[in-house]
Design a protein around this ligand. Structure first.
Ligand SMILES: CC(=O)N[C@@H](CCC[C@H](N)C(=O)O)C(=O)O
Length: 383
Protein backbone atom coordinates (compact mmCIF):
# COMPACT_ATOMS: atom_id res chain seq x y z
CA UNK A 1 0.00 0.00 0.00
CA UNK A 2 1.38 3.45 -0.88
CA UNK A 3 1.19 5.65 2.18
CA UNK A 4 -0.45 8.46 0.23
CA UNK A 5 -3.32 6.08 -0.61
CA UNK A 6 -4.11 5.23 2.99
CA UNK A 7 -7.89 5.34 3.51
CA UNK A 8 -8.28 6.43 7.13
CA UNK A 9 -12.06 6.22 7.12
CA UNK A 10 -11.98 2.59 5.93
CA UNK A 11 -9.36 1.80 8.59
CA UNK A 12 -11.41 3.46 11.31
CA UNK A 13 -14.52 1.52 10.28
CA UNK A 14 -12.63 -1.77 10.29
CA UNK A 15 -11.31 -1.03 13.78
CA UNK A 16 -14.78 -0.03 14.93
CA UNK A 17 -16.35 -3.23 13.59
CA UNK A 18 -13.89 -5.50 15.40
CA UNK A 19 -13.35 -4.08 18.90
CA UNK A 20 -11.46 -6.11 21.51
CA UNK A 21 -11.32 -5.88 25.29
CA UNK A 22 -8.33 -4.80 27.36
CA UNK A 23 -5.30 -7.10 26.94
CA UNK A 24 -7.18 -9.15 24.31
CA UNK A 25 -6.50 -6.78 21.39
CA UNK A 26 -4.71 -9.46 19.33
CA UNK A 27 -6.45 -8.91 16.00
CA UNK A 28 -6.33 -5.12 16.43
CA UNK A 29 -2.58 -5.25 17.02
CA UNK A 30 -2.01 -7.58 14.04
CA UNK A 31 -4.13 -5.35 11.78
CA UNK A 32 -2.18 -2.23 12.76
CA UNK A 33 1.14 -4.02 12.40
CA UNK A 34 0.30 -5.30 8.90
CA UNK A 35 -0.62 -1.82 7.71
CA UNK A 36 2.52 -0.24 9.17
CA UNK A 37 4.84 -2.94 7.79
CA UNK A 38 3.28 -2.65 4.33
CA UNK A 39 4.70 0.89 4.07
CA UNK A 40 8.28 -0.45 4.07
CA UNK A 41 9.58 2.83 5.45
CA UNK A 42 13.41 2.68 5.67
CA UNK A 43 13.59 4.64 8.94
CA UNK A 44 10.84 2.65 10.68
CA UNK A 45 11.39 -0.13 13.26
CA UNK A 46 8.63 -2.15 14.93
CA UNK A 47 8.95 -3.58 18.42
CA UNK A 48 6.73 -6.02 20.32
CA UNK A 49 6.77 -6.73 24.05
CA UNK A 50 6.39 -10.47 24.88
CA UNK A 51 4.96 -9.78 28.37
CA UNK A 52 2.27 -7.52 26.89
CA UNK A 53 1.71 -9.20 23.52
CA UNK A 54 -0.97 -6.80 22.26
CA UNK A 55 1.26 -3.75 22.60
CA UNK A 56 2.96 -2.32 19.53
CA UNK A 57 5.76 0.21 19.43
CA UNK A 58 7.08 1.94 16.36
CA UNK A 59 10.29 3.97 16.18
CA UNK A 60 11.17 6.39 13.41
CA UNK A 61 14.80 7.44 13.18
CA UNK A 62 15.06 11.18 12.64
CA UNK A 63 17.20 12.85 9.98
CA UNK A 64 18.97 15.16 12.45
CA UNK A 65 17.69 14.21 15.89
CA UNK A 66 17.99 16.42 18.96
CA UNK A 67 15.44 14.43 20.93
CA UNK A 68 12.79 11.69 20.72
CA UNK A 69 9.15 12.69 20.52
CA UNK A 70 6.49 10.20 21.66
CA UNK A 71 2.89 9.81 20.55
CA UNK A 72 0.55 7.35 22.27
CA UNK A 73 -2.81 5.89 21.35
CA UNK A 74 -4.86 3.37 23.30
CA UNK A 75 -6.36 0.43 21.41
CA UNK A 76 -8.87 -1.37 23.66
CA UNK A 77 -12.69 -1.32 23.74
CA UNK A 78 -15.40 -1.67 26.38
CA UNK A 79 -17.80 -4.47 27.42
CA UNK A 80 -20.83 -2.62 25.99
CA UNK A 81 -23.36 -3.89 23.40
CA UNK A 82 -23.43 -1.35 20.59
CA UNK A 83 -26.83 0.14 19.73
CA UNK A 84 -25.91 2.61 16.98
CA UNK A 85 -27.32 0.67 13.98
CA UNK A 86 -24.33 1.97 11.98
CA UNK A 87 -23.51 -0.21 8.93
CA UNK A 88 -20.05 -0.77 10.43
CA UNK A 89 -21.33 -1.37 14.00
CA UNK A 90 -19.46 -3.85 16.19
CA UNK A 91 -19.53 -7.47 15.02
CA UNK A 92 -18.03 -8.62 18.32
CA UNK A 93 -21.03 -9.26 20.57
CA UNK A 94 -21.02 -7.25 23.78
CA UNK A 95 -17.88 -5.28 22.88
CA UNK A 96 -17.84 -1.74 21.51
CA UNK A 97 -15.44 1.10 20.83
CA UNK A 98 -17.67 3.31 23.01
CA UNK A 99 -14.74 5.42 24.19
CA UNK A 100 -13.53 6.26 20.68
CA UNK A 101 -10.21 4.42 20.75
CA UNK A 102 -10.89 3.49 17.10
CA UNK A 103 -10.68 7.22 16.33
CA UNK A 104 -7.53 7.55 18.50
CA UNK A 105 -5.81 4.68 16.63
CA UNK A 106 -6.78 6.09 13.24
CA UNK A 107 -5.41 9.55 14.03
CA UNK A 108 -2.18 7.95 15.31
CA UNK A 109 -1.90 5.88 12.14
CA UNK A 110 -2.47 8.97 9.97
CA UNK A 111 0.27 10.89 11.80
CA UNK A 112 2.61 7.89 11.69
CA UNK A 113 1.94 7.41 7.96
CA UNK A 114 3.05 10.97 7.27
CA UNK A 115 6.33 10.62 9.15
CA UNK A 116 6.93 7.15 7.72
CA UNK A 117 6.90 8.83 4.31
CA UNK A 118 8.55 12.17 5.21
CA UNK A 119 11.46 11.49 7.56
CA UNK A 120 11.05 13.46 10.80
CA UNK A 121 13.85 15.69 12.07
CA UNK A 122 13.80 14.15 15.55
CA UNK A 123 13.37 10.49 16.44
CA UNK A 124 9.78 9.47 17.08
CA UNK A 125 8.17 6.71 19.13
CA UNK A 126 4.56 5.71 18.49
CA UNK A 127 2.96 3.62 21.22
CA UNK A 128 -0.17 1.58 20.40
CA UNK A 129 -1.11 0.80 23.99
CA UNK A 130 -3.46 -1.95 25.17
CA UNK A 131 -5.68 -1.83 28.24
CA UNK A 132 -6.47 1.80 28.91
CA UNK A 133 -9.98 1.04 30.18
CA UNK A 134 -8.72 -1.28 32.88
CA UNK A 135 -5.40 -2.85 33.92
CA UNK A 136 -3.42 0.30 33.02
CA UNK A 137 -1.45 -1.07 30.08
CA UNK A 138 0.69 2.08 29.91
CA UNK A 139 1.91 1.63 33.44
CA UNK A 140 2.58 -2.07 32.88
CA UNK A 141 4.70 -1.26 29.83
CA UNK A 142 6.60 1.43 31.70
CA UNK A 143 7.33 -0.88 34.64
CA UNK A 144 8.61 -3.56 32.25
CA UNK A 145 11.34 -1.12 31.21
CA UNK A 146 9.90 -0.55 27.75
CA UNK A 147 10.84 3.12 27.54
CA UNK A 148 14.60 3.03 27.96
CA UNK A 149 17.61 3.98 25.80
CA UNK A 150 16.57 4.66 22.21
CA UNK A 151 12.96 3.79 23.10
CA UNK A 152 12.60 6.55 25.68
CA UNK A 153 10.69 9.60 24.46
CA UNK A 154 11.77 12.97 25.84
CA UNK A 155 8.18 14.14 25.62
CA UNK A 156 4.87 12.36 25.08
CA UNK A 157 1.57 13.43 23.46
CA UNK A 158 -1.84 11.74 23.37
CA UNK A 159 -5.43 12.65 22.60
CA UNK A 160 -8.85 11.64 23.80
CA UNK A 161 -11.96 12.14 21.73
CA UNK A 162 -14.71 14.36 23.14
CA UNK A 163 -18.26 13.97 21.79
CA UNK A 164 -19.44 17.21 23.42
CA UNK A 165 -17.03 19.29 21.29
CA UNK A 166 -17.48 20.09 17.57
CA UNK A 167 -15.81 17.59 15.23
CA UNK A 168 -12.17 18.49 14.70
CA UNK A 169 -11.89 21.01 17.53
CA UNK A 170 -8.78 20.62 19.73
CA UNK A 171 -8.74 21.60 23.41
CA UNK A 172 -6.51 21.24 26.42
CA UNK A 173 -5.33 23.16 29.46
CA UNK A 174 -2.31 23.75 31.64
CA UNK A 175 -2.26 21.64 34.83
CA UNK A 176 -4.71 18.85 35.52
CA UNK A 177 -6.80 17.74 32.55
CA UNK A 178 -8.25 14.44 33.89
CA UNK A 179 -8.84 13.05 37.37
CA UNK A 180 -6.94 10.32 39.15
CA UNK A 181 -9.14 7.23 39.58
CA UNK A 182 -9.29 4.09 41.68
CA UNK A 183 -11.26 0.97 40.78
CA UNK A 184 -13.44 -0.48 43.55
CA UNK A 185 -13.95 -4.27 43.55
CA UNK A 186 -16.04 -5.43 46.51
CA UNK A 187 -17.37 -8.91 47.28
CA UNK A 188 -19.72 -9.18 50.27
CA UNK A 189 -20.16 -12.67 51.73
CA UNK A 190 -22.77 -13.96 54.14
CA UNK A 191 -24.84 -16.99 54.94
CA UNK A 192 -27.89 -16.90 52.65
CA UNK A 193 -31.18 -18.71 53.10
CA UNK A 194 -34.94 -18.53 52.76
CA UNK A 195 -36.41 -15.07 52.14
CA UNK A 196 -39.03 -15.82 54.79
CA UNK A 197 -36.39 -16.28 57.53
CA UNK A 198 -34.02 -13.28 57.24
CA UNK A 199 -33.21 -13.53 60.97
CA UNK A 200 -31.42 -16.84 60.23
CA UNK A 201 -29.28 -15.33 57.42
CA UNK A 202 -26.79 -12.54 56.87
CA UNK A 203 -28.33 -10.51 54.10
CA UNK A 204 -25.62 -9.47 51.62
CA UNK A 205 -28.20 -7.61 49.49
CA UNK A 206 -29.06 -5.24 52.33
CA UNK A 207 -25.36 -4.80 53.10
CA UNK A 208 -24.62 -4.08 49.41
CA UNK A 209 -27.47 -1.56 49.16
CA UNK A 210 -26.23 0.16 52.34
CA UNK A 211 -22.71 0.31 50.94
CA UNK A 212 -23.94 1.97 47.73
CA UNK A 213 -25.83 4.59 49.74
CA UNK A 214 -23.13 5.14 52.39
CA UNK A 215 -20.33 5.86 49.89
CA UNK A 216 -22.45 8.69 48.46
CA UNK A 217 -21.62 10.65 51.61
CA UNK A 218 -17.87 10.60 50.94
CA UNK A 219 -17.99 13.27 48.24
CA UNK A 220 -20.71 15.31 49.92
CA UNK A 221 -19.28 15.16 53.48
CA UNK A 222 -15.54 14.42 53.26
CA UNK A 223 -14.22 16.09 50.09
CA UNK A 224 -13.61 19.83 50.11
CA UNK A 225 -16.51 21.08 47.94
CA UNK A 226 -14.26 23.30 45.85
CA UNK A 227 -12.00 20.34 44.97
CA UNK A 228 -14.67 18.01 43.56
CA UNK A 229 -14.78 14.23 43.48
CA UNK A 230 -16.88 11.30 42.26
CA UNK A 231 -17.75 7.83 43.52
CA UNK A 232 -19.87 5.75 41.15
CA UNK A 233 -20.87 2.12 41.62
CA UNK A 234 -21.35 0.81 38.08
CA UNK A 235 -21.82 -2.88 38.81
CA UNK A 236 -23.98 -4.62 41.42
CA UNK A 237 -24.68 -8.32 41.06
CA UNK A 238 -26.34 -10.66 43.55
CA UNK A 239 -28.98 -13.33 43.76
CA UNK A 240 -30.93 -15.52 41.37
CA UNK A 241 -34.57 -15.40 42.49
CA UNK A 242 -36.78 -13.24 44.71
CA UNK A 243 -37.31 -15.69 47.56
CA UNK A 244 -33.69 -16.63 48.26
CA UNK A 245 -31.19 -14.55 50.21
CA UNK A 246 -27.90 -15.16 48.34
CA UNK A 247 -24.50 -15.92 49.84
CA UNK A 248 -22.61 -13.30 47.90
CA UNK A 249 -22.94 -9.85 46.31
CA UNK A 250 -20.41 -8.32 43.95
CA UNK A 251 -19.96 -4.62 43.36
CA UNK A 252 -17.57 -2.62 41.22
CA UNK A 253 -17.12 1.10 40.89
CA UNK A 254 -14.71 3.96 40.64
CA UNK A 255 -13.40 6.73 42.92
CA UNK A 256 -12.22 9.95 41.25
CA UNK A 257 -10.56 13.20 42.28
CA UNK A 258 -8.26 15.78 40.74
CA UNK A 259 -5.82 15.72 43.65
CA UNK A 260 -3.98 12.57 44.72
CA UNK A 261 -4.40 13.45 48.42
CA UNK A 262 -8.19 13.62 48.00
CA UNK A 263 -8.18 10.32 46.15
CA UNK A 264 -6.26 8.62 48.96
CA UNK A 265 -8.58 10.10 51.61
CA UNK A 266 -11.61 8.82 49.65
CA UNK A 267 -10.04 5.35 49.37
CA UNK A 268 -9.63 5.32 53.15
CA UNK A 269 -13.26 6.38 53.73
CA UNK A 270 -14.49 3.59 51.41
CA UNK A 271 -12.42 1.05 53.40
CA UNK A 272 -13.86 2.36 56.68
CA UNK A 273 -17.43 2.24 55.37
CA UNK A 274 -17.01 -1.37 54.17
CA UNK A 275 -15.57 -2.36 57.55
CA UNK A 276 -18.36 -0.64 59.49
CA UNK A 277 -21.09 -2.21 57.37
CA UNK A 278 -19.51 -5.63 57.79
CA UNK A 279 -19.81 -5.24 61.55
CA UNK A 280 -23.31 -3.83 61.28
CA UNK A 281 -24.69 -6.62 59.07
CA UNK A 282 -22.52 -9.51 60.28
CA UNK A 283 -21.10 -10.15 56.80
CA UNK A 284 -17.52 -10.50 55.60
CA UNK A 285 -16.00 -8.80 52.59
CA UNK A 286 -13.09 -8.70 50.17
CA UNK A 287 -12.34 -5.15 49.12
CA UNK A 288 -9.81 -4.31 46.43
CA UNK A 289 -9.04 -0.68 45.69
CA UNK A 290 -6.83 -0.43 42.66
CA UNK A 291 -5.47 2.86 41.41
CA UNK A 292 -3.10 1.17 38.96
CA UNK A 293 -1.78 3.77 36.56
CA UNK A 294 -4.78 6.06 36.67
CA UNK A 295 -2.93 9.01 38.13
CA UNK A 296 -4.27 12.52 37.61
CA UNK A 297 -3.41 13.62 34.08
CA UNK A 298 -1.19 16.60 34.90
CA UNK A 299 -0.08 18.27 31.71
CA UNK A 300 3.56 19.36 31.67
CA UNK A 301 3.97 23.12 31.70
CA UNK A 302 6.54 23.38 28.88
CA UNK A 303 5.14 20.89 26.37
CA UNK A 304 1.62 22.19 27.02
CA UNK A 305 2.65 25.82 26.55
CA UNK A 306 4.23 24.86 23.20
CA UNK A 307 1.14 22.84 22.21
CA UNK A 308 -1.36 25.52 23.19
CA UNK A 309 0.61 28.33 21.58
CA UNK A 310 0.93 26.42 18.33
CA UNK A 311 -2.71 25.32 18.17
CA UNK A 312 -4.07 28.74 19.14
CA UNK A 313 -2.02 30.45 16.42
CA UNK A 314 -2.60 28.01 13.58
CA UNK A 315 -5.43 29.38 11.44
CA UNK A 316 -6.39 25.88 10.33
CA UNK A 317 -6.99 24.70 13.90
CA UNK A 318 -10.20 25.25 15.84
CA UNK A 319 -8.69 25.48 19.33
CA UNK A 320 -10.28 26.00 22.76
CA UNK A 321 -9.02 26.00 26.33
CA UNK A 322 -10.82 23.24 28.23
CA UNK A 323 -11.98 22.65 31.78
CA UNK A 324 -10.68 19.64 33.74
CA UNK A 325 -12.83 16.50 33.50
CA UNK A 326 -13.48 13.53 35.81
CA UNK A 327 -12.52 11.04 33.13
CA UNK A 328 -9.46 8.96 33.99
CA UNK A 329 -6.50 7.88 31.83
CA UNK A 330 -3.43 5.81 32.51
CA UNK A 331 -1.60 8.32 30.30
CA UNK A 332 -1.55 10.19 33.63
CA UNK A 333 1.03 7.65 34.82
CA UNK A 334 3.15 7.95 31.67
CA UNK A 335 3.30 11.75 31.73
CA UNK A 336 4.21 11.65 35.37
CA UNK A 337 7.39 9.81 34.26
CA UNK A 338 7.93 11.55 30.93
CA UNK A 339 6.72 15.14 30.45
CA UNK A 340 3.86 15.50 28.05
CA UNK A 341 0.48 16.80 27.04
CA UNK A 342 -2.92 15.22 26.67
CA UNK A 343 -5.65 16.95 24.71
CA UNK A 344 -9.22 16.51 23.57
CA UNK A 345 -10.25 16.06 19.94
CA UNK A 346 -13.91 16.96 19.35
CA UNK A 347 -15.95 14.26 17.62
CA UNK A 348 -19.28 16.09 17.52
CA UNK A 349 -21.95 13.80 18.99
CA UNK A 350 -23.52 16.11 21.57
CA UNK A 351 -26.36 13.66 22.31
CA UNK A 352 -24.17 10.76 23.38
CA UNK A 353 -21.26 10.85 25.78
CA UNK A 354 -18.30 8.51 26.16
CA UNK A 355 -19.25 4.96 27.26
CA UNK A 356 -22.75 5.36 25.71
CA UNK A 357 -23.92 2.40 23.59
CA UNK A 358 -25.30 4.90 21.03
CA UNK A 359 -22.10 6.94 20.68
CA UNK A 360 -21.38 7.70 17.01
CA UNK A 361 -18.31 9.96 16.65
CA UNK A 362 -18.25 12.15 13.55
CA UNK A 363 -15.47 10.74 11.37
CA UNK A 364 -14.84 14.15 9.84
CA UNK A 365 -12.80 14.85 13.01
CA UNK A 366 -10.05 12.47 11.88
CA UNK A 367 -8.58 14.60 9.09
CA UNK A 368 -8.20 17.86 11.07
CA UNK A 369 -6.88 15.86 14.02
CA UNK A 370 -4.21 14.23 11.86
CA UNK A 371 -3.25 17.48 10.13
CA UNK A 372 -3.04 19.49 13.35
CA UNK A 373 -0.76 16.88 14.94
CA UNK A 374 1.48 16.53 11.89
CA UNK A 375 1.92 20.30 11.73
CA UNK A 376 2.48 20.63 15.46
CA UNK A 377 5.02 17.79 15.66
CA UNK A 378 6.83 19.05 12.57
CA UNK A 379 7.06 22.52 14.12
CA UNK A 380 8.02 21.15 17.54
CA UNK A 381 10.86 19.11 16.07
CA UNK A 382 12.31 22.28 14.54
CA UNK A 383 12.37 24.12 17.90
C1 LIG B 1 -11.39 8.23 29.10
C2 LIG B 1 -12.01 7.19 29.93
O1 LIG B 1 -13.20 7.00 29.89
N1 LIG B 1 -11.17 6.48 30.70
C3 LIG B 1 -11.62 5.55 31.66
C4 LIG B 1 -10.43 5.07 32.46
C5 LIG B 1 -10.76 3.95 33.41
C6 LIG B 1 -10.21 4.15 34.77
C7 LIG B 1 -10.35 2.99 35.74
N2 LIG B 1 -10.53 1.73 35.08
C8 LIG B 1 -11.53 3.26 36.64
O2 LIG B 1 -12.65 2.87 36.29
O3 LIG B 1 -11.34 3.84 37.69
C9 LIG B 1 -12.64 6.19 32.59
O4 LIG B 1 -13.53 5.47 33.05
O5 LIG B 1 -12.58 7.41 32.84
Amino acid sequence: MAIADIDLIAIRRHLHTYPELSMAEFKTQAYLKDIILSWESPWLTIREIPAVPTALLVRLTGSNPKRTVGYRTDIDALPISEETQLPYASQNAGVMHACGHDIHMTVALGVLAHFAEHQPTDNMIFLFQPAEEEQAGGKQLYELGTFVDEWRPDEFYALHDQPAMPAGQIATRQGTLFAGTTEIHLTIKGHGGHAAFPHQAQDVIVAAASFVMAVQTVVSRNVDPVHGGVITIGKLQAGTIGNVIPNEAQLAGTIRAFQQADLEMMQQRVREIAQSLATMYGVTFDLELNQGGYWPVNNDEKTTAAFMTFMANDEDVDFAVSQPAMTGEDFGYLINQIPGTMFWLGVGDAEHGLHDSHLAPDESAIEPGVHAMIKFLDWRMKQ
